[in-house]
Every structure is written in C-alpha cells, then in structure tokens.
Write a protein that binds this ligand. Structure first.
Ligand code: GLC
Ligand code: GLC
Length: 627
C-alpha cells in the first residue's frame, strides 16, 4: 500500500492533520468498519479517504483555518440571541451572486446573521428541481456567477458577521453529473456509483415498502434509462439519480465534494434529503441505521479537515426520526418540521393541544445542538406529526390531515388560506400544501375580498407565527419574501419547466425597486416588515432568547400556547414566558407553573403583568413576558 502524499502539504498543516487524525480517527474508524468493514478492499478505501481528508485540509485557506479555531473555541455560536437566519434563492432575491453583495445592507437592517443560499451549482437546463439536481458541485450555475463570485460573497458575508449556509445535496446527483454520464456510457465503475437494475425484479421487491415523493410527476421510485437499458433508483425526480453509499468509493468521492464546499467558506452545510441515503431491502429505505452511521462519518471527516462547519439536518419525517439525527457528532442543527406543521395546525383549528403535547414530547434536544425554527420554506408543508400523540388526544390523524389539506387549499368552508395542493397521490388521495406564508395566513383572500378587517387579522397571523420562531429557542429562519408578506406567485403555471411543480408558487422573485417600495409604502408589506424587524431587535437585546432552555407550559385555555425560557446556569436569573393566542377572540390564561410578574416586551408601551392575575390575551396576541 502506498503511503500518504504530503507533497502539497506544509509542515504546519501536516502537524495539524496528524493532531486532528489522532483526535478523531478513533471516532471515524468504527463508523467506517460498520458500513464497509466486510469488504476485502476496505483498507484501500480507507487510504483513499485519508488522502482526501489531507487534501481537503491542505487546500483550506488561512482565513478559514482561523475560523476553525474560532468556532472550536465557541461551539455554541449558533445558539446566541443575535442569530437570525434567512433562506433565499440567489436569482430570485438578487439576480446573481455579485448583486447579492449589494443586498447585505438589507440583510443587516433586518438583523440576518445566517444566510442559506438555495442550491447554486451547475444543474440541468429547464427543470432541475430548483437546483437540487446537481451536475457539478464545484461549478456555480453560470446564470448566477462563478465560484470566484461565490468565494467573494462568502468573504463579504463573513466580514459582516453573516454565516453562509450551502446545500450538500448528497443523496443524489443529476443525470448530467459526469459520474452519471460515465455510467450512461457504460463505464461500470461509475455504474456502481448509482443503483442500476437490469429488470424490475429487485426494484419491485424494494417498491413494496417505499413511499412516493413526487407521485404527480412519476409513479414509483425507479426510472427506465434508455442509454443503459437499466432501471435507475430515483427517489425524487427521474433526473435525480440516488447515489449508492454501499460503495465506499462513493463515500470518499462525496467527502471530496463536501470538503470542496466547506472550503468555499460556508459555516454550515444543509444535508439535503439525508433520510434517504441508505437503502435496505424490506424497509421503507428511510432513516436507516446506516444512514446515521454515514452522517456521523461525514461529520468526523469535517472535524478533521474543516471543523468550523456544522451540519443541518433536513429530515422531514416522523418526529421521533427527526430527533435521531440531532447530536453533536451527527447534525448539530436541524430543521424543526414538527413545530412548523403544528403552528399551521393551530392557526387552522385555533386549538393548541396537539402543538403543546407534541412540543412537550419532542422539543427537548441536547444543549450542544439547536433547532432551526421556520414557518415556511421553498418546499411544501407535510403534516408530519406523530399519529400516536394525535390518537391520545382523540384526533384521528388521517382525517385530520385531510382536514388540514382542505383547509389550507381553501376548500374548507370558512378557511382564510389560499394554498395549492401539492403532490396529490392518485392512489391514496394524500397531498401536501404549498403557498406563501402571507397567502396561507389569509392576506391574499382578504385583499381579494377587499375586507379590511380580515386583512388586519391576517397580518396578525403573520406576526404571530414569527413571534414563536423568534423566541422558542434555536435559530429562527425566515424564508426570503415572507418578511415582506409576499403573496403567491402563479406565474410558474406558464413555464413548462415549472408548471408541474407547485412549490414554485412560493418561490417569488423580487428586485431592488420592489424591496425599496414594499418596506416604505405604508401598507401591509411594511407593517409586516416593521413588525418582524421590531421583534428581531427585541430578541437580540435579551440574552434569555439565546442559549437558555425551553420548557413548554400547560395552560388552562385550549386556544393558547405557552412556553418559558430560562437560563440553565445560575449566571442569569432572567426568564421569559411566551404566551400566544391562536384565536381571533380575546382569551384569558392562567399559567399553572410559577407566578408571573414581569414586563411584556411586545406591548407598547411596555405593560407590566402582575402576579396572581389571570392574563388577558387579545385576538392573535403574543406576549413576551420578561421576568
Ligand atoms: C429536499 C429539498 C427539496 C428537493 C428534495 C430533493 O427535500 O428541500 O426541494 O426536492 O430534497 O433534493
Ligand atoms: C418529502 C421528503 C422531503 C422533501 C420533500 C420535498 O417530504 O421527505 O425530504 O423535502 O418531500 O417535497
């Protein structure tokens, strides 16, 4: 076996590499053994991987190595009260990467410290699943700019205290990725990068237990490929080929791509569709044990070559499974799809039992990790609550999901929402929901009906949902455009590359003039923008919004949701009690745990809430009571 090639490595880097290997190899090795240890060529692949890690570390810039040191010294940076996330598409938000630099003042004005740029890599023309079909991880989509532009942007953001988050789309590549092209030309080495089958025998066997993610565009999980005369595993669209992680060469190759992304200068990688990366016959091939092992192995690789970078889990699955990805040695950050879905549920039902019980069960995670709390994103809303919790409360989960779909697509009598049904399954009738936050909150309908009172109420809903993600603990993540109350954009229906994918209804372009106008013209856009900005500013000025703990409280009013934030150590005695009224009627609340005496940071002028008193809640009011 050849030894490691240090010829491109400085002495200092070599020492650093050896130090990090000594610290983390003991973690990495058993993980690799678990997945690949049975292979006769295991040590060959281990050697290749080690070289990949060394190359990754050696090509990391001095500035990023400094960043590694800073982040290691302050591993909880993502739990601070100053954190505010935003996710946006480069083209929709700013046209291209260069112009995005000129949006930094806007981001700073709002308080953004974490910017997730939706996938910006080379991708097929036409439909590329919004960039989630990657043809080359090392090239920027030329409509957005170049890798140089991206590095410049990363540096500019870093200088302004904004962390860059990039997608790590590692479950699949596009069918135009060089690996997929080689596979299509018959290269067996690259055919082994994917799951290809000569006939339907094995696919049919797998299919017995698999979900269908986009049944509106293709039934099943496999696509016939003419070039190879084989069936290809394609969980998502037919042009997204699932990578075969049972092949250790794939793991090493993807580590190389991951370190390339890390070395651009991002602070977090969003692990796209991570639940699907391991396939196991006889299971639904989601959330498999080895998926966790692989993610931990990727994480250990980061600790060796680029430890400033953390992982964010994108698992939109059963809440118990979501939580299993969250660990210091796996994903330090995770989307919180349960909170997201149940905030919408409470808006529809005006009831909070499911939200309260579910959060009491699932919100708690370890202190070295954090939730990324969001209300809308570029994807559909799936009702991924726990059926068992619903049954306990006497709710039939299937019927309830049907109700929620009806409600948010505006088919339910009295609904305020203007959503669009997504991925309707012709066999089961299941669907999920799309729509912009403001449209789902009722702004669109109120405007259409020229109903001022309904508009005022809808604006309150928009602010209410943000008041929760800004205070509950973790990184609040805004979806670009929501801070301006943008409405559904139905333009995608005229675009042949988009019309079959209704998620485009909430992927809305905006330009400089519009931003300028919407933030100043005095209508609902500005009310929403100013309202969110004000809450962000309050969040940033009190440490209790940061790394303190969260306890979900029981309240005696079924329309209200409450939680308390308190410092884990005795360092700060400050506590925050948040109470939210999900109904359009005034309510009163008694908090069972502890007596409240404090000031409501959200009321103006700041109101004192007295002990022993029943607390009055106006329609859709949130109180942030500091005590
Ligand atoms: C993730 C993305 C979604 C995409 C899918 C496949 O769920 O959020 O937009 O379609 O992965 O990459
Ligand atoms: C499914 C997947 C999720 C993906 C979404 C895209 O819900 O579980 O990962 O984001 O589909 O629509």
């Amino acid at each position: 076996m050849s030894s490691l090639d240090f010829s491109h490595t400085s002495k200092t880097d070599r020492a650093l590499f050896e130090k990090r290997m000594s610290a983390h190899f003991a973690v990495l090795f058993p993980l690799l053994i678990d997945v690949y240890g049975h292979r006769y060529d295991f040590y060959y692949h281990l050697q290749e991987l080690t070289q990949t890690l060394l190359n990754g570390l050696s090509s990391r810039s001095r500035a990023l190595k400094k960043r590694d040191g800073e982040r290691l010294a302050e591993p909880q940076w993502f739990r601070q009260e100053n954190m505010l996330g935003m996710a946006c598409y480069v083209d929709l938000f700013a046209g291209n990467l260069t112009h995005l630099q000129s949006r930094i003042p806007y981001l700073k004005d709002l308080g953004v410290t974490y910017l997730h740029l939706m996938p910006l890599y080379a991708a097929p023309e036409g439909d590329s699943d919004g960039g989630y079909a990657v043809s080359d991880y090392r090239t920027v989509d030329r409509r957005l700019g170049t890798m140089r532009d991206l590095s410049a942007l990363a540096e500019a953001l870093r200088n302004e205290g904004i962390s860059l988050v990039l997608d790590f789309v590692f479950n699949h590549t596009s069918d135009e990725h060089p690996w997929a092209l080689a596979a299509q030309q018959g290269d067996s080495q690259y055919q082994d990068y994917y799951y290809l089958f000569d006939d339907r025998r094995i696919p049919d066997e797998y299919e017995k237990n698999l979900r269908e993610i986009f049944p509106q565009v293709r039934r099943g999980n496999f696509t016939w490929n003419e070039n190879t005369q084989k069936w290809v595993w394609t969980t998502f669209n037919s042009f997204q080929w699932d990578l075969n992680y049972s092949n250790p060469e794939v793991f090493t190759a993807i580590v190389g791509e991951m370190l390339f992304l890390a070395n651009i200068g991002c602070d977090a990688l969003r692990l796209d569709a991570l639940a699907f990366i391991w396939k196991e016959m006889g299971t639904d091939c989601e959330n498999q044990h080895k998926a966790h092992v692989l993610i931990k192995a990727f994480n250990a690789c980061l600790q060796i070559a680029a430890p400033a970078v953390v992982f964010k889990s994108e698992a939109i699955v059963h809440p118990d499974e979501v939580n299993k990805y969250i660990a210091k040695d796996e994903c330090q950050l995770s989307y919180n799809p349960l909170l997201m879905a149940l905030i919408w549920n409470s808006l529809a039902t005006r009831k909070t039992r499911l939200l309260t019980h579910s959060m009491q069960k699932s919100f708690r995670i370890t202190d070295d990790c954090a939730w990324v709390n969001y209300v809308r994103c570029h994807d559909d809303i799936g009702w991924t609550f726990d059926d068992a919790v619903a049954w306990d409360l006497g709710i039939n989960p299937q019927d309830h999901r049907h109700f929620l779909n009806q409600f948010f697509t505006g088919r339910f009598d009295g609904s305020f929402a203007s959503g669009v049904a997504f991925a309707e399954n012709p066999s089961t009738g299941d669907c999920r929901v799309c729509g912009s936050l403001a449209s789902l909150c009722g702004v669109e309908l109120a405007l259409m009906e020229h109903d001022d009172a309904a508009l005022t109420t809808a604006i309150k809903r928009v602010l209410l949902v943000h008041s929760i993600i800004l205070s509950i603990g973790g990184i609040p993540l805004l979806y670009s455009g929501d801070e301006l109350g943008l409405l559904n954009d139905y333009g995608y229906r005229n675009d042949p590359a988009k019309t079959h994918d209704d998620r485009w209804v909430q992927r809305i372009p905006i330009d400089d003039d519009a931003i300028q106008q919407l933030t100043t013209q005095g209508d609902y856009h500005q009310i929403i923008y100013d309202g969110i900005k004000r809450m962000v500013a309050i969040r940033k000025s009190h440490a209790v919004f940061g790394s303190s703990q969260t306890r979900i409280l029981r309240v005696d009013n079924e329309h209200c949701f409450a939680f308390r934030r308190y410092a884990a150590s005795a360092k700060s005695a400050e506590q925050l009690t948040v109470i939210v009224n999900f109904s359009e009627h005034a309510q009163t609340v008694n908090i069972a745990e502890g007596q409240l005496c404090g000031v409501d940071l959200l009321s103006h002028p700041t109101e004192t809430v007295k002990p022993h008193k029943t607390i009055a809640m106006a329609p859709y009011q949130t109180r942030w009571i500091l005590h």
